[in-house]
Design a protein around this ligand. Sequence first.
Ligand SMILES: NC(=O)c1ccc[n+]([C@@H]2O[C@H](COP(=O)([O-])OP(=O)(O)OC[C@H]3O[C@@H](n4cnc5c(N)ncnc54)[C@H](O)[C@@H]3O)[C@@H](O)[C@H]2O)c1
Ligand SMILES: O=C(O)C(=O)C[C@]1(C(=O)O)C=C[C@@H](O)C=C1
Length: 356
Amino acid sequence: MKNIMIIGLGLIGSSIALGIKRDHPEVKIYGVDQEKTLDYALKNDIIDEKSALGAVNQMDVVFLATPLDSALELIQSLSELVFDHPILITDTSSTKVEILAQAKALLTQPLVTFVGGHPMAGSHKSGVHAADVNLFENAYYVLSQENETLKTLLSGLHAKFIIVDAKEHDQVTAQVSHFPHIIASSLIQQSNHYAKNHPLVNSLAAGGFRDMTRIAETNSSMWTPILLSNPKAIIQRIESFKAQLDGVSKMISQKDEKGINNFFDSGKKMRQRMEILEGRGAIPNFYDLYLSVPDEKGIVLRVLALLQDISITNIKIYEENREDIHGQLQISFKNEADLQRAKALISIATDFKIGE
Ligand SMILES: NC(=O)c1ccc[n+]([C@@H]2O[C@H](COP(=O)([O-])OP(=O)(O)OC[C@H]3O[C@@H](n4cnc5c(N)ncnc54)[C@H](O)[C@@H]3O)[C@@H](O)[C@H]2O)c1
Ligand SMILES: O=C(O)C(=O)C[C@]1(C(=O)O)C=C[C@@H](O)C=C1
């Protein structure tokens, strides 16, 4: 397993490249994308060489890390080539039924193995500049079938591999990914329309609105093909949600205090039971430190200097939209001991408020 081609060096493809290199520095990674993306990837040691689809016959493993529609087209192009050695092809697309059907129908050569893949982690950011070697830390990485070659190659991602049937995958991701992105963008657009008569909407939005709408910043080139690839399941989720909202509306109009209480209590208990709070995927894990910091120049560097001897896996900066009000840093650590050491250092050296 020497030569790896990654077609699509955006957020996912470039983060996979960094993860592969973390455990397998011996492999050579060839990138296929736009020239400026490849230039950046080469300059920043994300890939070893710029390449093109025509070199695919020299590869052992190929990742299709492009938007779904491009991945479908690439399978068509790959099917027109004749392979002279065993090659493993996999994708990262956010739906599985359509791409697996395309691969089954077109990649019929005996030397070609196609394994559907989908890392259940990511970001609203896109492009090679968003590359993050820790993006998949503790997240689930869905595979359509067992494949030890792929799991070994991806060991440096520190993800949890799970085999999921394609139909079930698309049903589940419609609920936990595709539909939530529709809600986030709908909420932003509803609020923007409402702000025309209530301009303070753009100022008074706080943490709850921010958390609910982060993923509205994602890009349409990724999400349009996803929605068109999983229409039945997504539309069913939309209709189900409409019914849920109708129920809440009825409880409010009937002043059903007990019903409303139960509604929120149930939601709280259900989220606490979900695995997302066990440190997997993009949901904050238990080793996150939330720090309120004043809006001053150099404050982030000051905090990082205090923590220079502790391994930090991620840092996020939440700017407040109010003058002279503290912003918030979310600093992620690998384990509880590092988190506690960081809290102690910051408490001794600053008066910054540490959130729980
Ligand atoms: N963003 C996420 O959170 C996330 C998470 C899991 C899976 N995915 C899936 O992974 C795939 C990539 O998503 P992303 O977030 O990295 O997108 P991205 O926009 O960051 O990157 C996509 C890259 O593919 C390139 N590209 C497009 N068509 C190409 C082609 N024909 N040949 C070569 N390069 C091409 C683009 O130039 C871009 O650099 C999508 O299918 C997406 O559904 C995304
Ligand atoms: O973390 C985020 O911002 C994401 O949107 C990642 C996310 C999701 O959670 O829906 C987005 C698309 C993928 O297919 C998988 C994961």
